[in-house]
Design a protein around this ligand. Structure first.
Ligand code: NAP
Length: 327
């Protein structure tokens, strides 16, 4: 029987940036036992996507070439594997596609049931698609790493969120404010009003001397820093931390291993964080969006036919919120 084809974007080797992406027609994937075939309505890009293409995460990712990138999708269930219990054809969902396997930049993608959640009508595909990677990373940083209870119970904390205008940062500000926290945020001048509107108590332009020094306008010391950028030395963090303050580094690099080890021994800590995705947390985030307690800021939308423009935008590193690709 003739296989049905779909449009997809893929790359076949490391490097090449946007010009390494190829528009292809490939067979629609078949879901295995615990998998779901989703007709993609929106996918969202993450720096992870082009970092994998660059070979930064070699030899872990990608698992194979050619690689259809994209881990964040929202869409409609078309077909389920024989072991799938919670979903049926026609259900609207948000799903995280297994990192390294990828598949989001296509008309159809396959996700595991465990990382697929129902999407209520109040949550559009474009507003739901970015929740898996950026939303779950922000959630893990704020809850598990920073120890903030999102119901507002627990000890008051002063939190600094660096790159609060980015995909992870804009969710982190909102989640931290659901807890009992004071949030200082850094971003570029053009995004200060947006970041304030997300609930940040004070906002610093990172290009000013005070912003570059991470100095709280109200003189606060930070109990936790959620560090969503790169290139800031420990000597800048250290004087701004409270006695037992810690910096959660969501962009850990192997060259920083010595720094993490050294800081493990001191009161003020530098802690690497890698996303451990959990379906229950994704469900929680989708419901926050439904209730109007969490917003996705959309930087820009591109059709799949212009995926290389979306790729370029992500590589440039100046998105405000999330970049969406629509088949
Ligand atoms: N550990 C994990 O599992 C995990 C998970 C997700 C993401 N990450 C990593 O986390 C990082 C952030 O991801 P993302 O999706 O949030 O990136 P993103 O959306 O591409 O971030 C772009 C934003 O960051 C701002 N920015 C850049 N440098 C800044 C600085 N020094 N101070 C203040 N703002 C700054 C930019 O503002 P301007 O335009 O004004 O410069 C822009 O608005 C990436 O390196 C990503 O790979 C790691």
């Amino acid at each position: 029987m003739e296989e049905k084809l779909m449009r997809a974007v893929q790359y076949s080797r490391y490097g090449g940036g946007p010009s390494g992406l190829e528009h292809v027609e490939v067979p629609i994937p078949t879901p295995n036992k615990d998998e779901i075939l989703v007709k993609v309505e929106a996918a969202s890009l993450n720096p992870f996507d082009w970092k994998v293409q660059k070979g930064i995460l070699w030899p872990l990712f990608p698992s194979k070439f050619p690689q259809i990138p994209g881990n964040d999708v929202a869409g409609e269930v078309i077909k389920v594997g024989p072991g799938v219990k919670k979903f049926k054809a026609g259900d609207k969902v948000v799903a995280m596609i297994t990192p390294g396997i990828g598949g989001g930049l296509a008309e159809y993608a396959v996700s595991k049931e465990s990382l697929t959640v129902a999407r209520p009508p109040e949550v559009s595909a474009a507003h739901g698609a970015p929740l898996p990677v950026a939303g779950l990373t922000a959630h893990q940083a704020v809850t598990e790493s920073a120890g903030v209870n999102l119901d507002g119970s627990g000890k008051h904390k002063n939190i600094l969120i660096i790159a609060a205008s980015g995909g992870v940062g804009h969710y982190a500000v909102q989640l931290a404010k659901l807890g009992n926290t004071h949030v200082t945020a850094t971003c570029g001048a053009r995004n200060m009003e947006i970041v304030k509107s997300l609930g940040a108590d004070e906002v610093l332009d990172y290009k000013t001397p005070d912003g570059a020094a991470l100095r709280s306008p109200s003189g606060r010391k930070y109990d936790v820093v959620i560090y969503c950028a790169a290139g800031i030395p420990w000597s800048t963090f250290e004087p701004n931390l409270s006695e037992n303050g810690k910096v959660i580094d969501i962009t850990p690099v192997p060259t920083a291993l010595f720094g993490y080890a050294l800081r493990m021994l001191s009161k003020k800590k530098l802690v690497p964080m890698l996303l451990k995705p959990k379906g229950e947390n994704l469900d929680f985030l989708v419901n926050l969006v439904r209730e109007g307690k969490l917003k996705t800021i959309i930087d820009s939308k591109y059709p799949l036919s212009k995926a290389e423009d979306a790729w370029t935008k992500s590589i440039e590193g100046h998105a405000t919120g999330k970049i969406i690709v629509e088949p």
